[in-house]
Each structure stands twice: as structure tokens, then as C-alpha cells.
Design a protein around this ligand. Structure first.
Ligand code: NAD
Length: 514
């Protein structure tokens, strides 16, 4: 393309964008000359502001300084304003190209790690669930979330020319985050969503919203400083069901990403928006007689004890072949877990669950007592009436397969152990306890037929063999990390590609070079 044509096209684009901005009353923030030098293809990214100049308040981008206006570094009271601002953030990101995405990913990963100790403590002080050391560990892991490098276009070449399929952004994504890992989920979501070229508006859990807003504010300050982009990430300061509803209705929101329990998954699916749902789990573990009981015991303890069993992938109940059950429990006792007797289990069960009259046959239905979710072993031990040393990682007890600790996603450092008579029974009971969430299951076995049978029967998104559940997220196993595992909607462990639209570009009969 000649220089004249290129200039002409830029002018036309600049004029059209200017008119659009004028009509909608929105603006794109200015690009500072010292921001972004080169994108990943080595092109000058400053030139992408429409005409190539780097002046403030350019015709294509009259500034709305949201840091001094409606929202403060991405934190908004009003859901629709948060959407409008984040959509403006998307337009700015689009202008600045791949280099800006790479920069934002780097900022988020670097800041999550650099602030892990402080932010982990802040999140714990707000939510009072889980363990501070593991909250810090989760933030240190954001660097394992994949970024822009994950997006490879697919190409076809043949007698009729060439075709390119590209992974392109949706625009604005609305993300709902859980109380169990507020800043980690938010940070991981930002990496995935922005790497794919989108912006994001968050509705956090009300019980973990202050720390989420703090992180959004800090991320935006750095993003604005380093790239000039404002409000690439926004959040509703006081999230409510109404603000969730407003996000669902807002026309600028192209896609939802929800991470949470059954209620929010249902609400998102009924919203009319396309939703990527990272839903609940109740991961069963099956232990047969071919595994190493010591290795199995250590793995089970480390997975179930992590962050006081708040992880959706965390081991929630164990089925073990009868004749190896004593050995497994012995090894668990030797490796940091404490066994409850029948009376202690009963006391803890009464404290940790409430039993309401159920539907249908009128059986009492157990609900988890939220006061016990994610609490330390010492709190559970006190309720059970057992002495547990300060360094105890986990409590466990023998139960039957219908026990509330087996059937409910209890998110406590207390693991029920159920004896089974056969491999078939172990797999069948695991399937029943998983409740068709299709989330995570674990087996400890060296028998490939047992492993294969359980993998096929459970049909879960993550299936871990002979390791702790976090190995399924690349922690001690191969693979990459995300704190949003899309289960009912099937996208799996979310990554940048999850947040893209596939678009095809076809050149007919030409440009095939041989
Ligand atoms: P939660 O379901 O109570 O809340 C999750 C989010 O959904 C919060 O932001 C909450 O405000 C919102 N929410 C809840 N009910 C809603 C409704 N009816 N309408 C709109 N929004 C609603 O869950 P939690 O206690 O914060 O987190 C634990 C749950 O999340 C567990 O079930 C766990 O398995 C699941 N989880 C899943 C993943 C995954 O990747 N699949 C990751 C983390 C947590």
C-alpha cells in the first residue's frame, strides 16, 4: 500500500471514529507519547490511535478522565456506568494493539506476586475463611495463568487460496467472582480475558468485595500509568443481586464468566447472555488396593487441607476398599491428620450442618452452616470436642455414604472416609457423590483398568491419578492454571481462547505462494 493511500485510510478511519464518539457521547482516552512503543510484531503502536500522532484530546479520542470523574480507577457504584467505562477501556485496548495486552498481563502477574503477602492478608481479614499462607500462595500462582501466547491463528492453504481463522475479542466481558478466592479469581480472569483482547467488569461476592475493589484500583493505576488505558477493568463497589441483574441486561456486555455455586450458575444461564460457567464441585476420591497408601494419604491430606478445603477441586470425600481402609487411615494419622471417633463426628456434624425438612419424601436435608466453611482445623476440633495439635492439617472420620459430609460440598478441613466392598461400588458411590457436576475426581490406583473405568464413569472435567487435586491445575502436575474451571458449560479450565470469537478471513485464488 502506498504512503498516500495509507494516510488517506487513516484519516477516514479517524473521522468515522470521531463521529461515532461524538454521537455516543463517549470518548477514548488519550494516548501518551511515552506509552507503548512496539507491539508484538514490532510495529509502532503509538501510530494506532487513528492518525499516528500522539496528542492528547485528539479528535478520535477526547478524554474522559474517569479517575477524576464517575469512577475511581475502575471502581464504580453504578453497574451500567461500570459497563460503559469498561467498554471504553476495550476500545482503548483495541487501539493500542497486542503490545498493550502483553503489558497488562505482565502488570497483573507481577503485581499479584509482588503484593501476594499483603493482598492475601487483606482478603483473609475481609472474608475470614481459608488460610492466610494459602491465600498468599494462590496469588503467587497467577504467573501460571496463560496469556497472549496462547492465541495462535489457524491457517489453511490450497488451490483456492488461503484462509485464516483468528481468535478475536468479544468486547466487554462481565465476570462474577466467589468469596473463596476473590483476588486470585479476579486476577486470573483479567489475565485470560485481557490477553484475548477484551475488557472486563466484575461483580464480586459481597463478602469479598472490598479486597476485589482494592485490587482493581491498584491494577488500573498501574495499567493507566504504563499504557494510558483507563478503566480496562471495572468493578461494582457494592455488589448486589440487582447489580448482577444490571450486568445481565446491559447491551455492552457480550459474554458472562461466572465462578460460584449452583445459584449463580442458574442465574447466569437464565440471563439470555452467553455464559461461561465455572460451577460447584464435590470431588470424590477412590482408593484401591494397588496404590501406595502412604503416597495416597499424603496427597489426600495436601489437597483437602489446602486453604481449609475451599478449592472447588479439593478432595471432599474418600471411598476406599474395605481391606485397605485401615492402612490408609493409619497413614493419614501419621502424616498430619487427626481421626474423629463416632461421638466426635456426631457433635461436629450437628454444628456444621443444619437439617431442614426436605422435599418429596420429607427426609431432612442438610445445609452447610456457613460459620464453619473454610474455618481452621482448631475451630472444627473444638466443635467436635477433640484435642488436635496446632499443626494438624485435616480431620477425618469414617462415615456412611449418605452422610452430610459426603453429600454436601462442605468446604471444611474435615474429610469423610467411606469403606466400599468392590471397585465397582467405589466408582458407583463416587459418581453419586459427584452429583453430575462433572467437575473433578481423583483416584489412587496403579491398575489401569480401574483408572480407565473411573475416568469413563465419572466423566469429570478434571481427573487426577495418584496425586493431590491441585495437580489438575498444573500445581505438581503438568498443565496450566485458572481459578475458573468451566464445568456445566464445558469450556474446561478457562484460558485466553475461552474468551475469543473465531473469525475467518478468506483470500480466494491468491496469496498461496507455491
Ligand atoms: P456463591 O455461589 O455463594 O457466590 C459466587 C458468586 O455468585 C458471588 O459473586 C455471589 O455474589 C454470586 N451469586 C450467588 N448467588 C447468586 C444469584 N442467585 N444471582 C446472582 N449472583 C449470585 O459461591 P461462593 O461461596 O462464593 O464460592 C464457592 C462456590 O463456588 C462453590 O460451590 C465452589 O465449588 C464454586 N467454585 C467453582 C469454581 C470453578 O472453577 N468451577 C471456582 C471457585 C469456586
Amino acid at each position: 500500500m502506498s504512503a498516500v493511500n495509507e494516510t488517506l485510510i487513516r484519516d477516514v478511519v479517524a473521522e468515522v471514529l470521531g463521529r461515532l464518539n461524538g454521537n455516543s457521547g463517549t470518548g477514548v482516552s488519550p494516548v501518551r507519547s511515552n506509552q507503548l512503543t512496539q507491539n508484538s510484531h514490532g510495529q509502532d503502536a503509538r501510530a494506532t490511535n487513528g492518525c499516528g500522532c500522539s496528542e492528547k484530546n485528539h479528535a478520535t479520542g477526547g478524554s474522559i478522565s474517569t479517575s477524576s470523574g464517575r469512577g475511581k480507577y475502575g471502581v464504580f457504584q453504578d453497574a451500567n456506568e461500570a459497563c460503559t467505562a469498561a467498554h471504553e477501556g476495550f476500545l482503548q485496548l483495541k487501539q493500542k494493539g497486542v503490545a498493550a495486552r502483553v503489558k497488562v498481563v505482565e502488570i497483573v502477574k507481577t503485581m499479584a506476586e509482588a503484593n501476594a503477602a499483603e493482598w492475601g492478608r487483606i482478603e483473609f481479614e475481609e472474608t475470614k475463611i481459608g488460610r492466610v499462607d494459602h491465600k498468599i500462595a494462590k496469588l503467587n500462582l497467577i504467573k501460571l495463568v496463560p496469556g497472549v501466547e496462547w492465541l495462535h491463528p489457524d491457517a489453511r492453504s490450497g488451490d483456492h487460496g488461503i484462509t485464516l481463522e483468528e481468535y478475536t475479542p468479544f468486547g466487554l466481558v462481565a465476570a462474577i467472582t466467589p468469596s473463596t478466592h476473590s483476588i486470585p479469581t479476579l486476577s486470573g480472569n483479567i489475565v485470560n480475558i485481557v490477553a484475548a483482547g477484551n475488557s472486563v467488569v466484575f461483580n464480586a461476592h459481597p463478602g469479598a468485595a472490598k479486597c476485589a475493589a482494592m485490587a482493581v484500583r491498584e491494577y488500573n493505576k498501574a495499567i493507566e500509568r504504563e499504557t494510558g488505558i483507563q478503566n480496562l477493568i471495572t468493578i461494582i463497589e457494592t455488589p448486589t443481586l440487582d447489580s448482577f441483574g444490571a450486568l445481565c441486561k446491559n447491551e455492552l456486555v457480550r459474554l458472562m464468566c461466572v465462578t460460584g455455586g449452583p445459584a449463580v450458575v442458574k442465574a447466569a444461564m437464565q440471563s439470555g447472555k452467553r455464559s461461561i460457567c465455572a460451577g460447584p464441585g464435590n470431588p470424590p476420591v477412590f482408593v484401591d488396593d494397588t496404590c501406595c497408601p502412604t503416597r495416597a494419604a499424603k496427597a489426600i491430606i495436601s489437597g483437602a487441607a489446602f486453604d481449609n478445603n475451599l478449592l472447588c477441586i479439593g478432595e471432599k470425600e474418600v471411598f476406599v476398599l474395605d481391606h485397605v481402609a485401615d492402612k490408609l487411615m493409619q497413614r493419614m494419622s501419621e502424616n498430619g491428620a487427626v481421626k474423629l471417633n463416632g461421638a466426635q463426628l456426631e457433635r461436629l456434624t450437628k454444628a456444621a450442618f443444619t437439617f431442614k425438612e426436605g422435599q418429596g419424601a420429607g427426609c431432612p436435608h442438610a445445609s452447610v452452616n456457613r460459620d464453619f466453611i473454610g474455618k481452621d482445623v482448631s475451630v472444627l476440633a473444638k466443635a467436635a470436642g477433640v484435642d488436635a495439635k496446632a499443626d494438624t492439617q485435616l480431620l477425618f472420620a469414617e462415615t456412611d455414604a449418605d452422610h452430610a459430609f459426603v453429600q454436601e460440598e462442605q468446604m471444611m478441613p474435615m474429610l469423610p472416609i467411606v469403606r466400599v466392598k468392590s471397585v465397582e461400588e467405589g466408582i458407583e458411590r463416587s459418581l453419586q457423590a459427584e452429583h453430575n457436576y462433572k467437575h473433578t475426581a481423583v483416584i489412587h490406583s496403579h491398575d489401569v483398568e480401574n483408572i480407565t473405568a473411573m475416568a469413563r464413569a465419572l466423566d469429570t472435567t478434571i481427573f487426577v491419578k495418584n496425586g493431590p487435586s491441585p495437580a489438575g491445575l498444573g500445581l505438581g502436575g503438568e498443565g496450566y492454571l485458572s481459578f475458573s474451571i468451566a464445568t456445566p458449560t464445558g469450556e474446561g479450565i478457562t484460558n485466553p481462547k475461552t474468551f475469543t470469537r473465531v473469525r475467518r478471513c478468506v483470500m480466494v485464488d491468491n496469496l498461496r505462494i507455491y
